[in-house]
Design a protein around this ligand. Structure first.
Ligand SMILES: Cc1ncc(COP(=O)(O)O)c(C=O)c1O
Length: 457
């Protein structure tokens, strides 16, 4: 526990974890039974490793508006929102109507439909990059970005930020959440495979640099002079809580990369449709060479898109690079993206997200100040997180000092009082939807207030 968290009474905290875990377990018999049943057909009892969580995964039955209901009948305000993929909220009437209409006229052709053009025209205007292609997930989008950067520059080395996640492609599954004892010193960060099964040669080609440090990037570019194809950057780190870029950092990254003959790809899979109309690109005023989108742009359907400058996308347009996929531009996804982007996630929606975000920020920061538990709240429109470290986190190494225990107890307290949070404690942040209300966000603050009182001496 850091000095700033000295007001916490460890005995009270331990006792609270014990009672909240007991309550959590008592409320989820159905989920525990489902997990046991699933173990005989799904590896580890879940559909994706990041759906597994301690004490056990929660199995959901329904979602309506801002709420989800689990198989035990417990109802929650959803702050998880499918890892940030449903900023439209659940069962949005417009999405339901659009999908029903489209499915009645055919759900898949592997041929272009008009909606693909309407969405392309919209993305062009919204994110300021002229040409687009589709894929089916954030992972595919970042995989395309890496390939494009390599093909265009004729170089192999890729840079990424230490502690960032860009999907599960081999090239980017490096130094995603590496343990502190494996990362090497700050000046020479080690590229750590996130999973076994990555060829050493691939891991070697991905070099990591710390977020928010232009000098370190410059030094590393110099070290790999003439070998760097490009860098993939999540403009606000969203898989290490929420780490914001310092003033001038993103613009500086672009300048340094271009100076070294390398390209810049923004991974806006999480930020794109949630932190502003026009995503980080517009919020921070830096347009990359390549932009990856997925998650909330698709209104809850599997989706992905990659945009680029005329020069970059000409490599696809004239056939020098094949960018392909059976389900690319799938009619259902295109119809959902069209409705989501042009009719639901309209500019006014971000004003309302900002209003709700401010209630969360003010409320949580007031609790932190009153109790002295050490931390701060970061909000960006539909996104936000409480970080349990008194000093601002600038990069992954700072983030390692964030309290796991406090993130876990908040997760339990929120769950037991009707707020559904994403698994994996301190790494995640919340996502609001257009169907969230003031009452919904006040529930989070009230629960946080309870937590603050319950653990301080
Ligand atoms: C920043 C970022 N990029 C890429 C991805 C991968 O997206 P998907 O899970 O759709 O493959 C994720 C997923 O969480 C992400 O957070």
């Amino acid at each position: 526990m850091s000095v700033a968290q000295k007001t916490i009474d460890p005995t009270k905290l331990a006792k609270l974890i014990e009672t909240e875990e007991a309550e959590f377990n008592a409320r989820h018999h159905g989920s525990r039974d489902m997990t046991e049943r699933a173990r005989t057909s799904l590896a580890g009892g879940v559909a994706s490793s990041w759906q597994a969580t301690d004490p056990h995964p929660i199995w959901l039955a329904d979602g309506h508006g801002s709420n989800v209901v689990d198989v035990d009948g417990n109802e929650y305000v959803d702050f998880h929102n499918g890892y940030g993929a449903v900023a439209v909220g659940h069962a949005h009437p417009k999405i339901a109507e659009t999908i029903s209409d489209r499915i009645g006229r055919g759900s898949h052709f592997a041929q272009p439909t008009e909606d693909a053009v309407v969405v392309g025209e919209h993305l062009r205007e919204r994110f300021g990059l002229p040409l687009w292609r589709y894929c089916n997930s954030g992972t595919e989008a970042t995989m395309e970005a890496v390939r494009l950067m390599r093909a265009i520059t004729g170089r192999d080395v890729i840079f990424k930020i230490e502690g960032s996640y860009h999907g599960h492609g081999d090239a980017v599954m490096v130094s995603v959440a590496p343990p502190a004892d494996s990362i090497g010193d700050y000046e020479n960060p080690v590229s750590v495979p996130q999973t076994i099964g990555l060829p050493d040669a691939v891991v070697e080609l991905t070099r990591v640099v710390p977020f928010n440090d232009l000098d370190a990037l410059e030094r590393t570019l110099h070290r790999y002079q003439g070998r760097v194809a490009g860098m993939i950057v999540e403009p606000t780190m969203m898989n290490a809580g929420m780490i914001v870029p310092e003033e001038g950092y993103l613009g500086g990254v672009k300048e340094l990369l271009h100076g070294a003959g390398a390209l810049l790809a923004f991974d806006e899979v999480k930020t794109g449709a949630t932190i502003a109309y026009g995503g980080a690109t517009k919020r921070f005023g830096v347009t990359p060479d390549l932009l990856c989108l997925a998650k909330s742009t698709g209104g809850g359907l599997p989706c992905g898109a990659i945009g680029g400058t005329e020069e970059v996308m000409s490599w696809i347009a004239d056939g020098r690079i094949d960018q392909v996929g059976t389900f690319n531009g799938n009619p259902l996804t295109m119809a959902a993206m069209r409705a989501t982007l042009t009719e639901i996630l309209t500019p006014d929606v971000y004003t309302e997200f900002d209003r709700l975000a401010e209630i969360l920020r003010e409320g949580c920061d007031a609790v932190i100040e009153r109790t002295g538990i050490g931390g701060y709240t970061t909000v960006m429109s539909a996104r936000g997180a409480v970080t349990y470290r008194a000093e601002r986190v600038r990069n992954y190494r700072d983030y390692l000092e964030v309290s796991d225990e406090l993130a876990y107890i908040n997760w339990l307290v929120q769950f037991n009082r009707g707020v559904f949070m994403a698994p994996w404690g301190k790494s995640e942040n919340w996502t609001l939807s257009v169907q969230h209300s003031e009452e919904d966000v006040r529930r989070y603050v009230d629960n946080f207030e309870f937590l603050g009182k319950a653990i301080t001496a």
